[in-house]
Design a protein around this ligand. Structure first.
Ligand code: GCU
Length: 679
């Protein structure tokens, strides 16, 4: 049964005798203050988890006895009387309190929230303590999410294919819904709730209007019902031309009264089926999608029309800023900023603008998007990508938390030093009421959900960071490994080292020194820096690396596209001087001569070769590290990862050779001494 289906929610008997004894001594029974759907879900999870982990029958009691776990909300009189209200004010709407208290000479553990969902999150957090072998003898924990909307965006199509999906078909079985409820829907909700994810957009942003028809809304409602006890709201990607496609209107012009009315009625209808519907996610006027500009209207016109339709029901619009057009010959980097910044403050207050972490498209490394910090009057949602479109699909092991953290910790200098992207996103620097962080899901119907055992860690890390972006990539890896594989310290450390190094290694063998978008055309797998035949110039790798006989890289300084002008002056400073620019970002912003002397003392050409070779060699290191784990984890997943690493190693060499040979046709320089010229 080591097929990965259980994700990190594995409740097998604790294999450390001392820890097991401690838990058995401290936990004997549970008591829930009421049995609403959310608390029932919490009870089921807690009972299952405890009985599995402790290998002991846990009873339900009405009396408070020693070792009782009392679960409920702050409005329960017993809980209210034994837990200081101070804790509850810190927990906020969705947070939780876990406290060891002695009441009437009985030592009990209270798990509670101001809301039932808070209590549910607390139960998952408590189980995580046990799964990671923490001491539970004297607990005093309060935790609250820093971000309100913690969302997964599925790019799932109606026919169950998934755009950029590498883990099988969509888990949404539209054909059998609404009457057949796959067990997976509940397990999906459990997994999300366990890490605090509270929103999901079910369908691809390249949307099909059929999702908004009655037939499909009923199916969506069935899913929403499964998710509701777990605190998860459903959103739909809305196709802007739906009034024409399914409404029989002649136009989808957002200023047309009939169109406005159609969306109002559509919103009313949706809420009759799904009373807690979250709202719409919209990709408009990007990559051939229709939008307000189709009718010479603005993003604000389009977003506000939908916002007005949803507002009476408390729904929101998440409008994407991933726009760039073929006709616009200006640097693609600059287009989202140029299109959106002028509308700062022009959106309704139930509109959020969703911005990808970087200015191009989910590359192994990007500088932070210049819109962060540039729209202080508009709440911006972070959009990360879990599915590894440009990072080796579900074949390469790449732990993404370091990538997420790099962006969240980047300084926008919007209001002086330490105006990090995370403070823009969590609303603290611009004082926003609505806040959000989203990620494009990497989930499919593969047995292990994500197609690579380690891709589960990216789903996990995203949820944890959306809850608390101050957690470190290492902390998150540590808890994920303990829950997913083992608590044996040596094995935890070895796996953690692999994970923490994996992203930088991938950057090295794919796109070192600030190279970007040089993957194979359209599918984005493997190297194709030479490719120059796309339908659109901005889809060609040569557009991005600009290698020539003099050098390589995209000049985005004032002598080039001047994209750097979109950053605040202090932020710009980090990149604009060739000599002081962090070399990780060098070719993002500068066209650099092949002979340019790098900090290492090597020429740019030599440095590039060093990086490619180091990247490919490091995958061998990952393999050696992994091989040392034989016997420490189950054979099934050990062998799976071993096979995947073999592919990754071959492909790292493929990347290295392809890029070095291709760029060498420009540099016309030999490989550094001691490096073997690829054949
Ligand atoms: C990328 C991806 C597309 C996707 C788009 C988006 O360009 O390749 O498949 O539709 O992002 O985010 O809308």
């Amino acid at each position: 049964a080591e097929n990965g289906y259980e994700l990190w929610l594995r409740y097998y008997k604790i294999d450390d005798a001392a820890i097991l004894q401690q838990y058995r001594n401290n936990i004997s029974s549970i008591q829930f203050t009421s049995s609403t759907p959310t608390l029932l879900a919490a009870k089921e999870e807690l009972l299952n988890g405890l009985q599995g982990l402790l290998d002991k029958k846990i009873t339900e009691q009405n009396l408070i006895t020693n070792g009782c776990i009392l679960v409920g909300t702050s409005s329960d009189p017993v809980i209210h009387s034994i837990i200081s209200s101070n804790f509850f004010s810190k927990a906020g709407k969705e947070g939780y309190v876990i406290q060891t208290v002695t009441t009437n000479q009985k030592k009990v553990i209270v798990i509670a929230g101001n809301t039932e969902v808070g209590a549910l999150y607390g139960c998952f957090a408590f189980l995580r303590l046990l799964q990671t072998h923490q001491n539970i003898q004297n607990l005093s924990i309060v935790s609250a999410p820093r971000i309100q909307l913690r969302m997964l965006d599925h790019w799932d199509n109606v026919n169950r294919t998934i755009e950029r999906g590498y883990a099988g078909m969509s888990i949404w079985n539209w054909h059998k819904l609404p009457d057949y409820i796959d067990k997976r829907y509940k397990d999906y909700a459990r997994a999300n709730a366990s890490i605090g994810i509270n929103a999901v957009a079910l369908n691809n942003v390249n949307a099909n209007a059929i999702m908004l028809t009655k037939d499909y809304l009923i199916k969506v409602a069935a899913l929403a019902e499964v998710f509701r006890p777990y605190g998860i709201k459903v959103y739909l990607s809305a196709k802007f031309s739906a009034p024409v496609e399914i409404g029989g209107l002649k136009t989808a012009d957002p200023l047309d009264a009939q169109v406005q009315n159609w969306w109002k009625q559509k919103a009313d209808e949706i809420y009759t089926y799904i009373p807690n519907f979250g709202g719409f996610l919209v990709k408009a006027n990007s990559e051939e999608q229709p939008g307000p500009q189709t009718y010479n209207r603005t993003h604000a016109d389009g977003a506000n029309m939908l916002a007005d339709a949803l507002a009476p029901h408390g729904g929101i619009v998440i409008w994407r800023a991933f726009v760039y057009s073929n006709e616009n010959t200006d640097d693609r980097f600059k287009q989202a900023y140029n299109e959106f910044k002028p509308f700062d403050g022009k959106f309704r207050n139930n509109v959020l603008i969703q911005v990808k972490n970087g200015p191009i498209d989910f590359q192994p490394r990007e500088p932070f998007h210049p819109l962060f910090g540039a729209m202080p009057h508009t709440p911006l949602v972070m959009e990360f990508q879990l599915t590894q479109e440009y990072l080796g699909f579900s074949t390469h092991l790449v732990y993404l938390a370091p990538l997420f953290k790099e962006c969240l910790d980047a300084d926008t200098y919007e209001q002086g030093k330490n105006s990090t992207v995370s403070k823009v996103i969590d609303g603290s620097s611009e004082d926003h009421k609505l806040t959000g962080m989203a990620a494009v899901a990497n989930i499919g119907s593969d047995i292990d959900w994500t197609g690579h055992p380690f891709a589960q860690a990216n789903w996990y890390a995203f949820g944890r960071l959306a809850w608390d972006h101050e957690l470190s990539a290492a902390q998150i890896a540590d808890e994920w490994i303990r829950q997913t594989f083992t608590n044996i310290q040596h094995a935890v450390d070895t796996i953690k080292n692999i994970m923490l190094a994996s992203r930088e290694i991938t950057v090295d063998y794919m796109t070192p020194l600030g190279l970007h978008h040089i993957m194979g055309y359209s599918h984005h797998y493997g190297p194709a820096p030479w490719y120059n035949a796309a339908q659109r110039a901005d889809w060609n790798p040569v557009y991005y690396h600009k290698a020539d006989s003099l050098g390589i890289g995209f000049d985005r300084t004032a002598t080039g596209s001047n994209a750097l002008a979109q950053y605040a002056p202090e932020a710009r400073k980090q990149f604009q001087d060739l000599h002081t620019c962090d070399e990780k970002y060098l070719l993002w912003f500068h066209h650099v001569e092949w002979n340019y002397k790098m900090h290492s003392g090597r020429s740019l050409w030599d440095e590039l070769c060093y990086k490619y070779y180091a990247g490919a060699d490091s995958v061998k290191w990952m393999q050696q590290q992994w091989n040392s784990l034989k016997g420490f984890i189950d054979d099934e997943r050990f062998e799976q990862v071993q096979m995947l690493l073999t592919i990754q190693q071959k492909e790292a060499v493929w990347w290295r050779n392809a890029c070095v040979l291709y760029f060498q046709t420009f540099s016309r320089m030999p490989l550094p001494k001691g490096f073997e010229q690829p054949a």
